[in-house]
Design a protein around this ligand. Structure first.
Ligand SMILES: Cc1ncc(COP(=O)(O)O)c(C=O)c1O
Length: 383
């Protein structure tokens, strides 16, 4: 019997050590982690720079609270704002919390404009987190099942369909559109190249905030530091988490322009958010991405992995969707069994319905990519 609540169904393996793209279990067996702890350890497990930053900061100062200035937090905020062309940041501890801040900003924006019942448009098949507001924002009945009454007011529209958003322009209660630039959890759905540009134009014409949830797509995952940079746009609100801490819990909600003026003293907060330890770690993540030309490497490894996967693609594969190192292999049949089959072959992957999802560390080498390609080939042949 376990003393843990039953909300997870973990695979039968316990990892005790990590290095680069590999994890080692209690028996000393090594596994190739093609999922990066669900898109978190972009720089790999126990990257020496990150370990050193954590060790140094842990010996210096872990926590003070946001009732005092925190130097590393201010440095990290400036760095992120300059990188993303945003004005300011609120630090939280997770993606869901970063999105909670974004939703609160959207509501404040509505109230500032005399909208007393503010509504946010979000996409079907999206994922924004597991708190009450973020699961309500999530356009997926499975995530919401059992938790009604949901937080109102979200209206779900089809992703990658500009007209679905345009159709709501006569609803004067709408204050924001909240989207993932690429839908991750539902299986790497990449929209048309100019989708976000068109959505932004509609938002600007209607005084709606454009909120981009880059919790999964951010921090180099797609080959740009932020996925929306492919569109040369700047959102009003941008949320980050996962890869920003490479394993230490951090979330960030960045805002620009009018959206950056709405949180005032007493309107939002977090005890742990942005403490010296996580901010120092995140700074070291950003340094390492820059110093090691990680973004360029992600683009090269996308080409290598995707062409390798295409070359093995059997008649069971209907499509390979990808941007950077977010990759989904769509099959013509259910492939749930591949989760355990891959584990037996010492490869960690994710299955989303009929697709295999890969989020390998951004530092993955060609030799490691070959192992992924060959193992998936074996798995598909046996399916
Ligand atoms: C796009 C997106 N938003 C939000 C979240 C929630 O983040 P967290 O689990 O850190 O709360 C996730 C997690 O997978 C995500 O992929």
């Amino acid at each position: 019997m376990s003393y843990l609540m039953s909300n997870y169904a973990p695979l039968e393996v316990t990892f005790v050590k990590g290095k680069g793209c590999y994890l080692t279990d209690t028996q000393g067996e090594k596994y190739l982690d093609a999922l990066s702890g669900v898109g978190v350890v972009g720089l790999g497990h126990c990257h020496p720079n990150i370990t050193a930053a954590i060790q140094m900061q842990a010996a210096e100062l872990l926590h003070t609270s946001n009732w005092y200035h925190i130097a590393h937090q201010e440095t990290l905020a400036e760095r992120l704002c300059k990188l993303a062309d945003m004005d300011n940041v609120f630090f939280a501890n997770s993606g869901a919390e970063a999105n909670e801040a974004a939703i609160k900003i959207a509501r404040l924006h509505g109230h500032a404009n005399q909208i007393t019942n503010p509504v946010i448009l979000t996409a079907n098949q999206s994922f924004h987190g597991r708190t009450m507001a973020t699961l309500s924002a999530t356009g997926n009945a499975k995530v919401q099942a059992g938790f009604s009454p949901l937080v109102s007011e979200f209206i779900y529209i089809d992703f990658n369909d500009v007209s679905a958003i345009q159709a709501h322009t006569n609803n004067h209660n709408i204050v924001a559109v909240m989207l993932e630039p690429i839908q991750g959890e539902s299986g790497v759905h990449v929209p048309k190249d100019d989708y976000l540009n068109q959505v932004q134009s509609i938002c600007q014409a209607n005084n709606w905030l454009l909120i981009l949830d880059e919790v999964q797509t951010g921090i180099g995952r797609t080959g740009k530091l932020f996925a929306h940079q492919y569109n040369h746009i700047t959102p009003d609100v941008l949320t980050l988490a996962k890869g920003l801490g490479n394993g230490v819990p951090i979330g960030a909600c960045l805002a620009k322009g009018k959206a950056a003026t709405l949180l005032t003293p007493g309107t939002h907060g977090s005890t742990f958010g942005g403490n010296p330890l996580v901010c120092k770690t995140a700074l070291s993540v950003l340094d390492t991405i820059e110093q090691d030309n990680i973004l360029e490497h992600v683009i090269q490894m996308n080409e290598y992995l995707v062409s390798g996967l295409q070359s093995i693609a059997t008649d069971k594969v209907t499509e390979i969707r990808s941007k950077g190192l977010m990759i989904a292999i769509q099959l013509n049949q259910d492939c749930t069994e591949l989760l355990n089959a891959a584990l037996q072959k010492k490869l960690l992957i994710n299955i989303t319905g009929r697709s295999i999802r890969l989020l390998p560390p951004l530092i993955i080498s060609q030799a490691e990519a070959d192992i992924i390609i060959n193992t998936i080939n074996e798995l598909l042949s046996a399916l």
